[in-house]
Structure formats: C-alpha cells, structure tokens
Design a protein around this ligand. Structure first.
Ligand code: FAD
Length: 453
C-alpha cells in the first residue's frame, strides 16, 4: 500500500519534541519505524509521517541481567547483535529483523515462541512516551497495567513510544536443535503443535495451500530447542556474531541482493505449486528419518531475510497477507474452510504460516488462546476485487468463531468487521484516545479505513 505524506526524520528525542511542537495544530501525524507492516498501519496520506529510525541509541545494557534500555528506532537486528555475544536473545522477534522497537511495541508482535512467550508486551518492563500535548510519561507494567496494556499494540494512535526497557532471554548457546514434522492434514498439524509445545522453544508450521482432499492443510512443522554444551560442542563459540550472521551469498555464489529476481518466474500458480510440492516431499523424507540439525538463532528466526527485497518477486501490485487468530476449538474448522475456499476461487495463497498463541489482556490485542494462520496472496489487477471480497468473508468466519485479525497484516477489513471481532474494545480505545489525544493528532490510513480511535 502507498500514500504521500510529509516526512520528518528527527535525529533524537529532543529534535522529535521540537518537531511535534512546531507542527500545524490541525496536522495529523503517523508514527513509522521501518514500515514493515504489510498494510497501511504507518501511512498517513496527505498528513505528516514521523520516521523514528534515527532514535536508535542503546541507553543501557547489563550483560549480567539481560536488561536493556533502548530507544524506539533501534531495530531487532541491532538488538540481537548487541546481546547474542553475551548469551542473550530478544524474547520475541518477528520473521524479519528489520522492524524497530517502536514498531514491534506499536503492533505488540508475536513470534514463533508465542505458545509460551506470548507477545512482546510480556517482556517489557516499562517504556517512555511523548503525548500529543508535548508531555512525557513513563509507563511501568506493575504500576500502571491498564495503560501499559492499552498503549502496547495501539498502532501509534495514543502517542510516541520513545524508549523501552526490555528483559532479554538467556540462551545456553548460539544454536538450536531443529527437528522436522510432516503432518498430513491441518487436524494433524494442530495435534502436533499441542503435543510438542511443552518440549519446544519455538514451533512454526508451514502449509501447502495447493493440497486438497484428505491432505488439505498438510505441511511441515519446524521445532527448535535451545542447544547447550551437552548437545552442541560449539555452543559458546557459536554465540559470536560471525557465526550468527546470514550468509551474503547463496551456495557461496549468488548474491543475496538479487535472489528475489530468481524467485520471480515462480511467482504464479504453476511455479508455486511446484515449490510447495518439492518442499513437502523434502520435509516428509526428513521427518521419516528423524533428521535434526543445528541452526543459529538468526538463521532460524529470520528466514525471510535470506532473500532481501523478496516482495519485489511478486511484481508491481505486490502481495497482501491475511492473518487470522482463531480459538483452538474452532481453528481446524475455520482455517480448513479458508484454505479450501481460496483454492476453489482460484486464489490459492503462495505461503501459509501456522502458529500457536496464548490469550492476552491488552486492549485490541490480536492474540487468542488458539492458532493463527498467515496467508500470503499475490495481488494483480484482476485478482484484487475477488481477493478483497474473500478476505472480508473470512473476517465474518473469524468473528463468528470468536477470533481476531492483526492490524500489522491487514489491508482489507472494514469498520463493521472490526467491530464484530473486537466489540466494545473499539469504544474503549476511542475513549482512551480522547483522553490522551483529544484533538486527534495521531492518525494513520489504517485508523481512517477501520474507524479506529
Ligand atoms: C517479513 C515479515 C515478517 C514478519 N513477521 C512477523 C511475526 O512473526 N510476528 C509479528 O507479530 N509481526 C510480524 N511482521 C510484522 C512486523 O513485525 C510489524 O508490522 C512491526 O510493527 C513492524 O515494525 P516497524 O518498525 O516496521 O513498524 P511500522 O510498520 O513502521 O509501524 C507499525 C505500527 O507501529 C506504530 N509505531 C511505529 N513506531 C512507533 C513508536 N515509536 N511509538 C508508537 N507507535 C509506533 C506505527 O504507527 C504503526 O501503526 C512481519 C513483517 C514482515 C515484513
């Protein structure tokens, strides 16, 4: 998605304050990290966008306790590179290391460990924020749990998160032991997640959207467990940055920067069904022989960073992602129906990712006690209308099942569907916004489209 706005890039918190103070009182302002949200969450057509990536100082890091105090523009990549040599890893990360701390708190992200770690908000001790009237507040998770839970995940609509104190996760070494499961249906995948979750540090499922019939929802689960010296003789050595960094070439030859161009010819139904089938066959073989391997934290966590600019492979109109979170009891039914319906309408998603989540108390949270399925759909001029219709129908199924969508991934929803999913929380957010931002300074295209705040 795209829109035009006036962009400011303050160099530090003081510059940020003076820019905010100097803006025309009627100007609306969106906050932006690295713009990794799939939809319009950090756009503000015709208004002002504050790019916060230069607020990127590490204020403190204690390698003994793993507690770090960082500014909002520090990226997930900056954070793990700072901490991993000392045996600490960010407690929750997204599938790319590019997002900023402000962005991951603004969206309250989850990771492949959501089934035990929940969202990033569970690991934040306190954060600082700048409000629309220019005042600064410190929000502590113990002292002000309500504001804390509402602010994190409010998508830049309540104020600017300037800095945060986060508790990192200790790791016994630089690598994880990864094993492969190859469930033959969505029901089997869900059963595998439930069986494996107590013995896993990370679990992530991939689904072949082209498979149907009795194999609908078949796929692969990657399970990762932290490897200490008892399992990995190089546990300590592999904490070194050069052992974590992703290689800059594929097979030592093809530069990563042009790999998206190799993907492009496959970005159609024929190419992607071949890739999905090949991946399924390989996974089945690995699972059958019980293959396991050691992989660095960065390589496991940030798979998509292997192909920088991968979105360009989708062509000019790009892609949208639809991620729905459905309570466990209804997940197999709702998610199977979604896969089947997309296939029946000739809109098969090219990538589907499955995760287990925990319930959460935060206002407007996407997290439920259940499963999420992220579906990547190619957009073309002719697919656009049918795709938007399909996603809006999905919203209805998700709402009926007591589920939710996630605004970091949304491009298609409507105010009515959001209300069906989030109910009175929509009003609670609006009331809090009226208190903290009475003149409606913080605004995004997403908020306008979905009538939020
Ligand atoms: C390849 C890929 C993989 C991903 N994997 C995951 C995943 O596994 N789990 C997951 O949860 N998400 C995932 N995401 C989504 C991503 O983590 C979120 O969209 C995250 O918010 C992006 O951070 P950003 O810095 O790019 O923020 P932006 O996209 O620029 O902004 C995100 C939101 O936060 C607000 N915001 C930004 N900075 C601040 C601030 N300082 N104060 C207050 N609000 C602010 C913005 O207004 C906006 O509403 C993925 C995205 C990509 C592209």
């Amino acid at each position: 998605m795209a829109s035009s706005a006036t962009v400011h890039r303050p160099a530090d918190v003081e510059a940020l304050r003076s820019i905010v103070a100097s803006l025309d009182p009627s100007a609306t302002v969106a906050l932006r990290g690295t713009g990794c949200s799939y939809g319009d969450a950090s756009l503000n057509g015709g208004g002002v966008v504050l790019d916060l990536t230069r607020l990127n100082r590490v204020r403190a890091f204690d390698p003994k306790t793993g507690i770090v105090h960082v500014e909002a523009g520090v990226t997930v990549r900056d954070l793990w590179r700072l901490s991993v040599p000392h045996g600490w890893w960010p407690p929750v990360v997204s599938g790319t290391a590019a997002p900023t701390i402000g962005g991951i708190l603004g969206a309250n992200i989850h990771g492949k460990n959501a089934f035990h770690a929940g969202t990033i908000s569970n690991h934040v001790l306190r954060f600082g924020a700048l409000l629309a009237d220019g005042s600064r507040i410190e929000v502590d998770r113990e002292r002000d749990p309500e504001l804390f839970g509402a602010f994190l995940g409010s998508f830049g609509l309540l104020g600017i998160i300037t800095d945060a104190v986060i508790r990192l996760k200790p790791v016994p070494g630089g690598r994880m032991r990864v094993s492969v499961l190859a469930p033959r249906s969505l029901g089997a995948m869900i059963a595998d997640f439930e069986r494996e979750k107590d013995g896993a540090d990370y679990l992530v499922g991939w689904i072949d959207g082209f498979a149907g019939g009795s194999e609908l929802g078949r796929g692969v689960i990657h399970k990762a467990v932290y490897a200490g010296p008892d399992d990995d003789p190089e546990a300590t050595a592999s904490l070194a940055l050069e052992r974590q960094d992703l290689p800059s070439t594929l097979f030592g030859v093809v530069p990563k920067s042009i790999m998206w161009a190799f993907l492009r010819p496959f970005l159609n139904d024929v190419g992607m069904s071949m890739i999905n089938r090949a991946k399924d066959i390989a996974a089945r073989r690995e699972a059958a022989v019980g293959k396991t391997y050691l992989q660095s934290h960065a390589a496991f966590a940030f798979l998509l960073d292997y192909v920088p600019g991968w979105k360009r492979a989708y062509g000019a109109a790009g892609l949208i992602q639809y991620q729905s979170f459905v309570p466990a009891a209804a997940a197999e039914r709702v998610h199977s129906r979604m896969i089947a319906e997309a296939k029946a309408r000739g809109l098969t998603p090219y990538l589907l990712v499955y995760k287990r989540h925990l319930p959460e108390r935060g206002l407007m949270t996407h997290a439920v006690d259940g499963f999420s399925m992220a579906m990547d759909f190619r957009v073309t001029e002719s697919r656009r209308g049918p795709l938007w219709d399909l996603c809006r129908e999905y919203d209805g199924w998700v709402a009926e099942a007591g589920g939710r969508i996630y605004f970091a991934k949304d491009a298609t929803s409507t105010p009515e569907n959001v209300r069906r999913m989030f109910g009175s929380e929509v009003d609670a957010l609006a009331a809090l916004k009226k208190r903290l931002d009475p003149h409606g300074r913080w605004r995004t295209d997403l908020a306008r489209r979905l009538a939020l705040g």
